[in-house]
Design a protein around this ligand. Structure first.
Ligand code: EZ4
Ligand code: CO
Length: 412
């Protein structure tokens, strides 16, 4: 089972996706997601120029050896571009191994630890009536856990607010539900931490009053707060019993979470922009978080994220894998196989892709009553239709950025 060809496929059905396709000499194919939102072509170049030539002729069975070879032989380790490329190779090799064995990948990872994966969706609204409509629309779709983001008075446009807040309105035009916008320049958004900190607890009070105490609610602070501001927010949200509060501080400084943790019992989730176990080392060992947010796509693939999650399990920390629409159906399938097999699964973010994306990537997963299952097709259970993919060439797109009222660039 020798790797015979490696192809990097860029397609932009509803948004840009980068996919690595490996083919073996006995005709088996494997897919890996290498999408890095807003920086897609950097991973394309890394794969095409530096990784593909090294893969040809390798034994496709040797997943761990290939991972270690790509990670260590580069000398320049870690970072989102490198680790997305390594992830794509790793995921594609698991797909091939599953097909060779005639088994879904989750069976190779130890078999199912549960019957399905609890998911959460993204409700949002610029004000409370719009938010309530969005929450109801998500519940009608089957979601049993819901992330809540709202507009803040005085701020024109902020992270996480869909311009079409209900599923009915979104069908077919899902692209604008995600923050990366097509165009030659990133969109500018505005930010004011004090207004945000004043407004958010009142929103959660209203949501609890309307929807009751049972519904699991999540919130994403998207790296914008200082440690003491994060502590304040965690404390002020305690009465509303959040499932988690996500990315409260910029992720680079792991120590910041110590201060936050000392002040609040609101569960913390972090890590969607982390890319190796080293980014988690201190916060897992010191039990500063409750959920690991990494995606398979951005954390070195199934092999490496499984190691992170096994480490986390020792500290009763669970998975909460990143699952926005910039994770391709291939990356989502990888998350599902991993999530189904590990013991310490927590919840899976799931936004649903648009119809065009689902035609490019043919998938065998199910989503029933708010629970995902990867299905039982051999491998990952996703195939890419080259004709459909070819209809949608790459379109430049950027994530937005923030400025404060005085013009200072702030974390987005
Ligand atoms: O901003 O995926 O929790 N989800 C998020 C996402 C991220 C985008 C960045 O590409 O924070 O919406
Ligand atoms: Co997030």
């Amino acid at each position: 089972m020798i790797i015979d060809s490696a192809e990097v496929i860029v397609t932009s059905p509803d948004r840009n996706f980068v996919t690595l396709k490996l083919t073996t000499d006995d005709g088996l194919t494997g897919l890996g997601d290498a999408t890095l939102n807003g920086r897609e072509l950097a991973v394309v170049a890394y794969l095409t120029e530096h990784v593909v030539p090294l893969l040809l002729g390798r034994d496709a069975h040797r997943i761990e050896d290939t991972w270690q070879f790509l990670y260590r032989s580069a000398y320049w380790r870690r970072g989102p571009v490198t680790m997305a490329a390594v992830a794509a190779v790793d995921t594609a090799l698991w797909d091939i191994k599953g097909k060779a064995a005639g088994m879904p990948v989750y069976q190779l990872l130890g078999g199912a630890s549960r019957t399905g994966l609890l998911t959460y969706g993204h409700a949002s609204g610029k004000d409370l009536p719009e938010l309530f409509d969005s929450i109801r629309a998500h519940q009608e779709q089957g979601y049993r856990a819901i992330r809540v983001q709202t507009g803040v008075p005085g701020l024109k446009s902020i992270y996480g607010i869909a311009s079409n807040a209900t599923y009915e309105a979104m069908d077919g035009v899902r692209y604008d539900h995600e923050p990366a916008q097509r165009g030659a320049r990133p969109a500018e958004e505005d930010w004011d931490t004090r207004s945000y900190l004043r407004h958010v607890p009142a929103v959660f009070e209203a949501v609890r009053a309307e929807f009751g105490p049972e519904l699991p609610l999540l919130h994403d602070a998207h790296h914008r707060l200082t440690p003491i501001q994060a502590a304040q927010l965690g404390k002020s949200l305690e009465p509303y019993d959040l499932f988690w509060l996500e990315d409260v501080t910029p992720a680079e400084n792991q120590e910041a979470l110590r201060l936050v943790r000392q002040h609040t019992t609101t569960p913390l989730a972090i890590g969607e922009i982390f890319n190796t176990v080293w980014d988690y080392q201190q916060i897992i060992r010191e039990q500063l978080i409750d959920y690991v947010r990494s995606a398979v796509t951005h954390t070195g693939g199934i092999s490496h994220l499984k190691k992170v999650l096994d480490y986390a399990a020792q500290y009763q920390i669970k998975s909460g894998m990143h699952g926005p629409t910039d994770i391709s159906p291939v990356g989502m399938a990888a998350a599902m196989h991993l999530g189904l097999s590990i013991h310490n699964f927590g919840i899976q973010e799931y936004m649903r892709h648009g119809a065009r994306t689902d035609e490019v990537f043919r998938q065998s997963f199910t989503w029933t009553d708010g629970y995902l299952h990867p299905g039982d097709a051999p491998g990952l259970g996703v195939e890419l239709d080259p004709d459909e993919a070819g209809k949608y060439p790459y379109v430049q797109a950027y994530l937005p950025f923030n400025r404060l009222h005085d013009g200072t660039v702030h974390d987005w």
